[in-house]
Design a protein around this ligand. Structure first.
Ligand code: ADP
Length: 297
């Protein structure tokens, strides 16, 4: 398998702070991969190391199979990892034209990228007056100009309003599915990662605590909550798979495929079911189970 990003036993110490602590992680090419973790987990440090901006204290990383900082590999990468800064007196169009010239692009599709990031109407306004979210979009257009194979984004929706967040998610999906760009994003927002990412690595205090496909991870902690009477009959039928929830409800730890048979058995046993609802099935539960971090709520 070819990997977009590989990290082998990477450590990075800032004085006594271990920003990364023996991180080993492989991110395959294709789709959208989320690096999820609370603030200070080491997400940005990992990006800075793979882009060759800081050196790891231990271990090594590879981008598209090449060592950190390799210029040829970096040309195939787009990244937005800092709060974007642009020359304030230039318009978005002028900014992209200048960057395209710097990168030696012969036929940059500036209008196309302005449109895809939603800046067509603001294209001829000075960047000075842009909101943080608009600057993020411009930074994304700048990163996409060179048609990168891998796009690295640190907290891509920070500073954006809800409508902007939705547009950003749609654009990321389109870039991954239609343009074949591998997107690696860092976020501390569970909701964002669950909605947009195909796979995720959960980081905590510089360590990998869990990784895998989002759909598989969230399927594991799903439970069926049954509000039913008599509740004890439900628990008897469920045996080891049942746990009481208050006086009139129970959790059934069963896969979805077993639900119809369970409900049929409950009806046969003359149990009145007032509500049957799947709960869990979210990254928040996975995240809290793996990090014990109540701050993420
Ligand atoms: P995240 O991106 O997950 O929020 P960071 O990678 O930015 O986490 O930071 C991880 C830890 O390393 C934090 O404790 C942070 O304070 C520390 N750190 C990051 N960069 C530096 C630096 N340049 N100097 C000192 N400490 C740093």
């Amino acid at each position: 398998m070819s990997f977009a990003l590989e990290a082998v036993d990477v450590g990075k110490a800032y004085g006594t702070v271990k920003a990364l602590d023996g991180l080993t992680l492989n991110i395959p090419r294709g789709g959208i991969f989320g690096i999820l973790g609370p603030n200070g987990a080491g997400k940005s440090t990992l990006f800075r190391i793979v882009l060759g901006l800081v050196r790891p204290t231990t271990g090594e990383t590879r981008l598209l199979g090449a060592p950190a900082g390799d210029i040829k590999a970096l040309r195939r990468i787009g990244a937005v990892i800092e709060t974007p800064r642009f020359l304030p007196w230039l318009t978005a169009r002028d900014t992209l034209t200048m960057l395209a010239l710097e990168s030696g692009l012969k036929t940059p599709d500036i209008d196309g990228w302005l449109q895809r990031v939603g800046l067509t109407e603001a294209a001829d306004r000075k960047v000075n007056g842009y909101s943080v979210g608009m600057k993020q979009r411009l930074a994304l257009a700048a990163a996409l100009l060179t048609r990168p194979e891998v796009l690295i984004l640190d907290e891509p929706t920070s500073g954006m309003d809800p409508a902007g967040i939705l547009e950003m998610r749609a654009l990321m999906r389109e870039l991954a599915d239609r343009d074949g760009v591998t997107i690696i994003l860092a976020s501390h927002q569970l909701d964002e990662v669950q909605r947009v990412c195909d796979s995720v690595a959960i980081l905590d205090r510089g360590k990998l605590v869990k990784d895998g496909r989002v759909d598989q991870m969230t399927a594991v902690n799903e439970r069926l909550r049954l509000q039913a009477s008599p509740r004890d009959t439900v628990l008897e039928l469920l045996g080891a798979k049942g746990v009481a929830d208050g006086a009139d409800a129970a959790f059934a730890a069963i896969p979805r495929a077993e639900a119809p048979a369970l409900i049929a058995a409950l009806v046969k046993a003359k149990v009145d079911i007032t509500e049957a609802r799947w709960i869990g099935g979210d990254l928040e539960t996975v995240f809290l189970d793996s990090t014990g971090d109540a701050d993420a709520r």
